[in-house]
Design a binder for this molecule. Structure first.
Ligand code: PEP
Ligand code: MN
Length: 359
């Protein structure tokens, strides 16, 4: 069920409706929009008796949501969700995901050493990325492969934020790492293999930081949106969806990057969606062409693996760009973004000052 408030409804009226929903034993999710506030109701088994709510001051209508997902749906919130990062490290400059600016997230697959992370961060920052990615906890197919540095890796990334003014995106693989990632990072990544780890999704829903949710290896659009619904149902409304390719019979790439999901998501949901052409193809020579395509199709950003020395990377070296290639990618996607009226912000003077003052 969804309570749609009148455009002129007051905050007090919204609060009163939320309290009423709670008193009925359900959970209200108030979502202010550009035109009006909608209040999603979760926790109900069957239909909620709408009469009492409909009669309350400020209420325009109470509607049944027929789709299985409610809070992620555009029916609940017609305007796009824009996630805002105003961090003291950015000295007041505002970075967003889901607005007209594209979010560029770049960095190595895994944090291997302080030197590797710093060398790569310096290059992606100067190319114009606003976010630094890097795994401290690596979900690897083989238990004998590099598993990540754990908390030490998170500490290195926190230093990178201070040094370069980059926001940190890193994966949590279980409860324990999620608590630590929530503490150190700016965005909590939930990996493809965990897209249907429902207890982890709920825990991410109780975290403070925004969540970047990757599409499962063979997830349908509905399964993907339902995974986001798990997070939102616990009260965390700042979610970025991420298309990272799905498993198909094709063997010329590691996965098949499904760019058609971008407009499909945008039609059904208000959440931003970014594209990962690195895991989506698994091959370095395909990352730049598919980054161009992702921006052209209307993605809200890119997450790209870059390594200062990919030939020696401990994971995903084959799909990691050399820093020079990332520079070229940025030049190209900036031009494509402009065609769509979108923008990749140039590194602000303020951020440059963060860098030089830390020298
Ligand atoms: C990653 O981003 O390094 C990663 C492991 O991604 P995915 O979960 O999409 O495989
Ligand atoms: Mn990787």
């Amino acid at each position: 069920m969804l309570v749609v408030m009148q455009a002129q409804a007051t905050e007090e009226q919204v609060r009163a409706v939320c309290q009423k929903i709670e008193s009925l034993g359900y959970r209200p999710h108030s979502m202010p929009g550009a035109q009006r506030t909608a209040i999603g109701i979760t926790g109900n088994q069957g239909e909620v008796e709408s009469g009492t709510l409909e009669e309350m001051p400020g209420v325009q209508e109470v509607i049944r949501v027929s789709k299985p997902y409610k809070l992620v749906s555009r029916d609940t919130k017609p305007d796009n969700t824009v996630i805002k990062f105003s961090d003291s490290h950015l000295k007041g400059s505002l970075v967003t995901i889901g607005g007209p600016d594209l979010a560029i997230i770049a960095g190595p697959c895994g944090i291997e050493t302080r030197d590797q992370a710093f060398k790569t961060a310096e290059r992606v920052a100067s190319a114009g990325a606003q976010f630094f990615r890097g795994g401290a906890y690596k979900p690897r197919t083989s238990p004998y492969s590099f598993q990540g540095l754990g908390e030490e890796g998170l500490k290195i990334m926190a230093e990178i934020r201070d040094r370069f003014g980059l926001l940190i995106v890193t994966e949590a693989v279980d409860y324990e790492s999620l608590d630590l990632v929530d503490q150190y990072a700016d965005v909590i990544q939930i990996g493809a293999r965990n897209m249907q780890n429902f207890s982890l999704l709920k825990r991410a829903g109780r975290a403070r930081k925004p969540v970047l949710l990757k599409r499962g290896i063979s997830a349908t659009l509905e399964e993907f949106l339902m995974a986001a619904e798990y997070i939102m149902s616990e009260g965390n409304y700042n979610i970025v969806l991420c298309e990272r390719g799905v498993r198909t019979f094709a063997d010329h790439t590691r996965n098949t990057l499904d760019l058609s999901i971008v407009p499909a998501v945008q039609r059904l949901s208000h959440l931003p969606i970014v594209v990962d052409p690195s895991h989506g193809t698994g091959k370095r020579n395909k990352v730049t062409p598919l980054s161009r395509a992702a921006v052209a199709v209307g993605a809200d950003g890119l997450i790209v693996e870059v390594h200062h020395d990919p030939d020696r990377a401990l994971s995903d070296g084959m799909q990691s760009l050399y820093p020079d290639q990332f520079d070229a990618l940025m030049v190209q996607v900036r031009q494509i973004a402009a065609v769509l009226g979108r923008n990749i912000p140039t590194r602000s003077r303020v951020q440059a000052e963060v860098t030089s003052s830390a020298d």
